[in-house]
Design a binder for this molecule. Structure first.
Ligand code: ARG
Length: 278
């Protein structure tokens, strides 16, 4: 009766330890533009990006998660965005096949990392950008299309992974990957920015997730939806103020990070993080 609701709820949220793959942004730069966030004339500072990225890695480790590293490759400035490298579900690795030639070499590099460690891997026949466009829940995988990932790859991933894939259409070029507009709160619920989706896909999301956290334009515009949840803690861009407040009200522990330098390439915490699901 006198216990604050948020505290009561928080004690009930259960997180689980995760295994993440990350890539230190040693060669990070904004040297081409493949999304509206990128301005090669303005560029970006590599040392600042590395420092901010280290903060993200430390946040994961302090939460008890395991972080593995893949070596960065010179000439691949976006390789820091590990989420795009593959989709890993039940220990099976569906490889990425990038839309833009600038990033093409990243797909084989990530797939090799997994193959070298004994994972069952599959080379994709269709364009897809890994976890950038595939977000995994317990009973389904949500898959984005419209800017990068081909719908044919949704079917291919479903066949390979044996989990239903639900296609969602993205319509705002600022939110070119599904993970810029939506993130799983746990295995059953999500947070998202409705305006990033077609009206049909908005209805699909309403039907599937009547209890979703709905983000504002202000939250989306700082890539607040590019967040990473372990079911209890949510690592999110510090600038996403309204979203953070709402998540706390729902009983989550918000872990704010500053990745402002990486945002100049259109990326946030989730983009830097590929979850390895055993
Ligand atoms: N510059 C990169 C691109 O446009 C950013 C990728 C961000 N990654 C993500 N998972 N949303 O491809």
């Amino acid at each position: 009766m006198t216990t604050p609701l948020a505290v009561t709820t928080r004690s009930e949220r259960a997180g689980t330890a995760r295994h993440y793959l990350m890539c230190r942004p040693e060669f990070f730069a904004v040297s081409y533009a493949i999304n509206p966030w990128m301005d090669p004339l303005a560029g970006a500072d590599t040392a600042t990006a590395v420092r901010q990225w280290e903060g993200l890695r430390e946040a994961y480790e302090s939460l008890g998660h395991t972080v593995s590293l893949i070596d960065p490759i010179a000439g691949l400035p976006d390789m820091v965005f590990a989420a795009n490298g593959a989709l890993v579900v039940d220990g099976r690795v569906y490889g990425a096949r990038f839309t833009h030639p600038e990033r093409a070499a990243e797909g084989p590099a990530y797939l090799r990392w997994f193959a070298d460690r004994g994972y069952e891997t599959m080379e994709a026949s269709f364009t897809n950008e890994g976890e950038g466009d595939y977000l995994t829940l317990d009973e389904m995988i949500l898959a984005g299309t419209g800017f990068r990932t081909d719908v044919a790859a949704h079917m291919e991933a479903q066949e390979f992974l044996g989990r239903p894939v639900v296609t969602l259409r993205l319509v705002d070029p600022r939110f070119y990957h599904l993970d810029t507009a939506l993130f799983p709160l746990d295995g059953h619920n999500v947070a998202y920015y409705p305006e990033a989706f077609s009206s049909g896909s908005q209805k699909v999301l309403q039907r599937l997730f009547p209890d979703a956290v709905i983000a504002t334009a202000a939250d989306a515009e700082v890539l607040g939806l590019n967040a990473v949840s372990d079911g209890r803690h949510i690592v999110v861009n510090a600038e996403a103020k309204e979203l953070s407040l709402e998540l706390e009200t729902r009983g989550y522990e918000v872990v704010p990070v500053d990745l402002s330098e990486l945002r100049k390439a259109g990326g946030g915490p989730k983009c830097c993080t590929l979850e390895i699901r055993r």
